[in-house]
Ligand binder design. Sequence first.
Ligand SMILES: Cc1cc2nc3c(=O)[nH]c(=O)nc-3n(C[C@H](O)[C@H](O)[C@H](O)COP(=O)(O)O)c2cc1C
Length: 335
Amino acid sequence: MTVDITTKYLGLDLTNPLVASASPLTGKLSTLVQLEEAGAAAVVLPSLFEEQIEHDSWAVHDLYEYGSAISPEAFGGYVPEMDGYNTGPDHYLELLEKAKDNLTIPVIASLNGMSPGGWTKYAKTIEESGADALELNVYRVATDINMTGSEIEAGYIQLVQDLKETIDIPLAVKISPYFSSLASMCRRLVEAGADGLVLFNRFYQPDINLDELKVKPDIVLSSPVNLRLPLRWTAILRGRVDASLAASSGVHTGEDVVKLLLAGSDVTQMASALLKYGPSHLATVLFEMESWFSEREYTSVEQGRGSLSQVSAGDPEAFERTNYMRSLVTYSSRY
Ligand SMILES: Cc1cc2nc3c(=O)[nH]c(=O)nc-3n(C[C@H](O)[C@H](O)[C@H](O)COP(=O)(O)O)c2cc1C
């Protein structure tokens, strides 16, 4: 049985709900083409960083090197080289234009920043270079002990408002789950103009090398267990915020995609699994997802979308505290 897997995300018509999220694989034309061939319905380019826009890349490089030289713990450089990922605004626009010229699927650009300021105006240049939408990744590690949560949240809202005033293409906001009141924060981001929410960004978490007694910069790929966080929050937000929902973190298989769609995602994004197994893994995930719906005689993905969200599920407490208590009782009864 043929299942209609077409999907709408940020007002864009997509052939299916699988998006390749920002990663080194979306930073090169050759792998972008492979992702499209494997069936990606859209791609998100790696982020261009606020720091890269504010200064030219050499000035930023010198500043970071200076900082690392005066800090013995950080000697050796705690800011990773951007060479090979993306070297700055000019290179970024080139990649975007090449992607637009060579792909038929929507290309979503990404900006990574946290402070209000002139850098947000660069979003217009990105729009003029052909991006179909923009993803804002607000990557903020709140280390200032004098700054309150409300002040930080106000900064997020301001950023979204500034970008919405700057561009006409749709804006998705990629956030972390670390807010005191995540549901309320999501509502406020949407009221500030976000057309979509990407749940969630995974924060880079440094490790310590005990042999060298150094802080070790390291990116750890996700595993399927990381799916549980976006799964819960997608289900809670579905039908409660007037915005597209994209799930990111821990999507590795077709079944992961199905779960997120039933919870209420419009699209699912993948980075780690594609880095681990290669761009062609996307075709496998797409096949598994489609087969699941087809075997159960769904006529479309839309038919199942959100059927297990909190507002639709027969057991709304499944996503809340009560279910935690229930789970503990069930688990403990084995001992
Ligand atoms: C090596 C690597 C580079 C990434 N670069 C970006 C980036 O430039 N911008 C961004 O928003 N997210 C970036 N991400 C985050 C991914 O897009 C994704 O949100 C996250 O890894 C969780 O999804 P996953 O479990 O499928 O990996 C990166 C992730 C990895 C592993």
